[in-house]
Design a protein around this ligand. Structure first.
Ligand code: TRP
Length: 464
């Protein structure tokens, strides 16, 4: 196997990041998004907090982090789009080009995810103007609910914000991701963090902080259901942007000399802090107002405005918050599209412009299924619920963990030790060996166990 492993370095067709910092910003921009601020609080709320949050942290550090290191390493070694990279390294390392289907599955997952992600990002964008026009001043929970229902209940309004957000995303991807992204993330991420800290201050003073802490962190381990475990695992992949080739595509543009391990640890750490902070902002408001933590995807839109309505200068804070959330969603959306666009460019010799606009058109159309899931199609329920719910479950909780498992398995078992240590740490020191252990054993086995648990086999075998 080692005989045909290439030692010659390849060059990306799409340029390189200008610095290690630019790469960190791009991957952080991809990771930090609606997943942290919108999704984490509402799924933690639906799944009872405590045990769910703890298992989510386990998945982030022991499964998501090794997958991220594997993905970036594979991306940099192949230097092509995820489909071509998996085919190339597959034949180089293990004799099979069929690994390309893992890349293709990732491209598909990115397209499907972006179709509903864009609708939710549209809600964040719409809320910039709601907060700015001060409609939340002194509003109670019912008034805040009515605002959310007016937005999501209207097919036209919902579709319009989705259209706007998709347009913004395609424009950046059509121009090449390295240009706009760097500046945006450098300023906006620290600003988002600062604003969350301001809101944390509000929640500690005006909210029921003790109840929130107890809800989020009291272990109650026996309460973790198989379904909740799967959702925590899926979300760990979702929030870190791993399992579909997004960070693999970004890794392809990373210069050779930079450390993948340290970079990944910093990004995973930052992403986790932002999610936990969002939870610590939202739940004190939920409990102080007697709201239900399990109300679902509307949670942040139905709780934060209460804070903005009471806070002095709340209209300004609220507007700034939704601006930053929209930007955070934007930098994530770009990374959901990049693998598909890079693949179209390389496989069909399209220009970046044509590739981005055609893929964007398809995602935009598909997005209507989600945009209409809260209004005209809201009664059309099957499997997990509406179209929106099903797309989310299928991609986040099934495609990403399985894709991530395949990627980490590939890096741990198919690629030679020389190839991975060449990318991660040529001296193969303790942190490399820790990664390899996680990649070969812990991550794939943990994902497998969660799936066995979901289909009921652990119970059947008397193991759970
Ligand atoms: N991580 C982003 C968030 O938390 C969403 C995202 C961007 C993503 N790129 C991805 C999710 C790739 C899965 C795969 O909002």
């Amino acid at each position: 196997m080692a005989a045909n492993v290439s030692t010659e370095r390849r060059v990306s067709l799409h340029g390189e990041w200008s610095s290690r910092f630019a790469f960190i910003l791009a991957v952080t921009g991809s990771a930090v998004g609606l997943g942290n601020v919108w999704k984490f609080p509402y799924i933690a709320g639906e799944n009872g907090g405590g045990a769910f949050v703890l298992f989510y942290l386990f998945c982030v550090f022991l499964i998501g982090l090794p997958i991220m290191v594997a993905e970036i390493s594979i991306g940099r070694r192949g230097r092509r789009n995820p489909v071509a990279t998996m085919a190339l390294l597959g034949s180089e390392e293990g004799g099979s080009e069929q690994w390309r289907y893992i890349g293709l599955l990732g491209v598909l997952a990115g397209v499907l995810i972006l179709s509903f992600y864009s609708v939710v990002a549209g809600w964040a964008a719409a809320y910039i103007f709601k907060a700015g026009s001060n409609v939340f001043a002194g509003a109670d929970a019912a008034a805040v609910d009515a605002q959310f229902d007016a937005l999501t209940g209207s097919p036209l309004v919902n579709a319009m914000w989705h259209t706007l957000f998709m347009g913004m995303t395609v424009i950046v991807v059509a121009n090449g991701v390295e240009r706009g992204l760097e500046k945006a993330v450098r300023i906006l991420m620290p600003a988002l963090l600062a604003l969350l800290l301001v809101l944390l201050g509000y929640s500690m003073v005006a909210g029921n902080f003790a109840a929130a802490l107890e809800f989020m962190f009291a272990p109650r381990l026996g309460e973790l259901t198989a379904d909740a475990a799967l959702i925590a695992l899926g979300h760990a992949c979702f929030t870190l942007s791993v399992g579909m080739g997004a960070v693999m595509a970004y890794g392809a543009y990373l210069p050779d000399e930079h450390s993948i391990g340290k970079t990944s640890c910093a990004i995973v750490f930052a992403d986790t802090i932002i999610a936990l902070l969002a939870g610590l902002v939202i739940f004190p408001i939920v409990f102080a107002n007697g709201l239900d933590p399990a109300i679902g995807p509307g949670l942040i839109f139905q709780t934060l405005p209460l804070a903005f309505g009471q806070l002095p200068g709340g209209a300004v804070v609220g507007t700034a918050f939704f601006v930053l959330l929209t930007f955070a969603a934007w930098t994530s959306a770009i990374s959901l599209m990049e693998p598909g666009v890079a693949w179209l460019i390389e496989s069909f010799q399209l220009s970046r412009r044509v590739a981005a606009w055609s893929l964007g058109l398809a995602i935009w159309l598909l997005g209507f299924l989600s945009a209409f899931s809260t209004n005209v199609l809201s009664n059309l329920k099957f499997w997990r619920g509406t179209f929106f719910d099903n797309l989310d479950h299928l991609t986040t909780n099934i495609m990403l963990p399985l894709g991530g498992m395949a990627i980490v398995f590939f890096a741990g078992w198919i690629m030679s030790r020389n190839s991975t240590s060449d990318e991660i740490d040529p001296d193969a020191g303790p942190s490399y060996r820790a990664w390899r252990f996680l990649a070969r054993y812990v991550a794939p086995i943990a994902v497998l166990l969660v799936f066995l648990d979901v289909i009921g086999l652990l119970d059947a075998w008397g193991l759970a």
